[in-house]
Design a protein around this ligand. Structure first.
Ligand code: SAM
Ligand code: SF4
Length: 321
């Protein structure tokens, strides 16, 4: 369905958990966040009902996220059930990749259409620091396994000044060596993210062009996201820039977000959300459709990350990145 700015909203990000096996510095405090009891987290059956209502409104592409989606038991079977739902065109996932190798066959069997893997460093020690103890080797094995299985694989990378800015070229090389998309995302002032620590994509692009002079803006359509892609003629793989802070991408926004506790966020930036619980409890698909269409119709024209007073105060794990 279209929102009041005539944008087609056909994509929903679903956070299935607020728990995570890592503690990325910009996302979660070391001690974690207060655990929400499972009784307040949507069951898979409830999420499926919400998705049925969403599909009836023309929302047919879904991204499974969290927290870390793969830590929730039953995630793979849930993906399969969603992928098999009539009218669903795409189910993809965003993961830190720590458990990807062991769950990959199941995800492939579930018909997953793509996997985005978050990876901020290719150096063991830095990866451990930024993720609060993660094992780089596991994520790299997961990436290689996904690529060799032929699953559409993308890397999401946050570059921070003085931390991993010297790895931009290594990530670009990874994109071209493996023939995959590596997307650089600007840090947003959500959760523990401090945009001042981030490197703007404008500077990053200039550095990439110094290393790869043949890098060219590539307008071939791909994915659902707001990334602007650059590639090298004749080579597989590309670099995506998601300029969350410096180049508002809201004009082409196509999404709403379902939180693990059953609220719908019309926009990532603002705290506003609509509660789906009463509609779920009523058992009526029409009630779910009403809340979802209200969410679509209340989407704002754009974000206001520069105005800290109105920015979402919950962390990314709570709202789904
Ligand atoms: N655990 C999964 C993962 O890391 O891919 C999925 C959830 S995570 C919240 C989704 C994405 O949000 C990750 O790529 C992460 O880097 C990104 N993220 C978290 N906090 C952010 C922030 N403040 N600004 C920009 N991206 C952020
Ligand atoms: Fe966990 Fe993903 Fe947040 Fe890192 S970015 S702490 S992996 S939810």
């Amino acid at each position: 369905m279209r929102d009041q700015f005539n944008r087609e909203i056909d994509y929903m990000r679903i956070s299935i958990t607020d728990r995570c096996n890592l503690r990325c510095k910009y996302c979660m405090p070391e001690e974690g966040i207060q655990k929400v009891p499972m009784s307040r987290i949507l069951t898979y059956e409830e999420i499926i009902r919400i998705c049925e209502a969403a599909v009836s409104l023309g929302i047919n592409k879904f991204k499974i996220t969290g927290g870390e989606p793969l830590v929730r038991r039953g995630c793979v079977s849930f993906c399969k059930e969603l992928r098999e739902m009539s009218g669903v065109q795409q189910v993809t996932m965003t993961t830190n990749g720590q458990q990807l190798e062991e769950l990959l066959d199941g995800l492939a069997d579930a018909g997953i259409d793509g996997i985005n893997i978050s990876l901020d460093s290719l150096k063991d020690d830095r990866y451990k620091v930024i993720t609060g103890g993660g094992d780089l080797r596991k994520t790299l094995i997961g990436i290689e396994a996904a690529v060799s299985k032929g699953i559409k694989t993308k890397i999401n990378c946050l570059i921070q000044k003085g931390f991993n800015e010297d790895e931009v070229t290594d990530f670009a090389k990874m994109a071209f060596d493996l023939g995959i998309d590596v997307r650089f995302i600007e840090i947003m002032p959500i959760g523990y993210g401090r945009p001042d620590n981030g490197l703007s994509n404008e500077i990053l692009l200039q550095r990439l062009k110094d290393d790869y002079p043949r890098l060219t803006l590539d307008s071939a359509p791909r994915g659902n996201g707001p990334a602007r892609y650059y590639s090298i003629p004749g080579r597989k793989g590309s670099i995506g820039l998601i300029s969350a802070m410096n180049n508002s991408f809201c004009g082409s926004c196509n999404r709403i977000r379902l939180t693990s506790q059953g609220t719908i966020k019309p926009c990532l930036c603002y705290e506003d959300s609509l509660d789906l619980r009463p509609a779920l409890e009523s058992g009526s698909i029409e009630a779910l459709q009403r809340v979802l269409s209200d969410a679509v119709l209340s989407k704002p024209a754009g974000h206001a990350f520069e105005n800290r007073d109105c920015v979402e105060r919950r962390s990314m794990v709570e709202i789904g990145g």
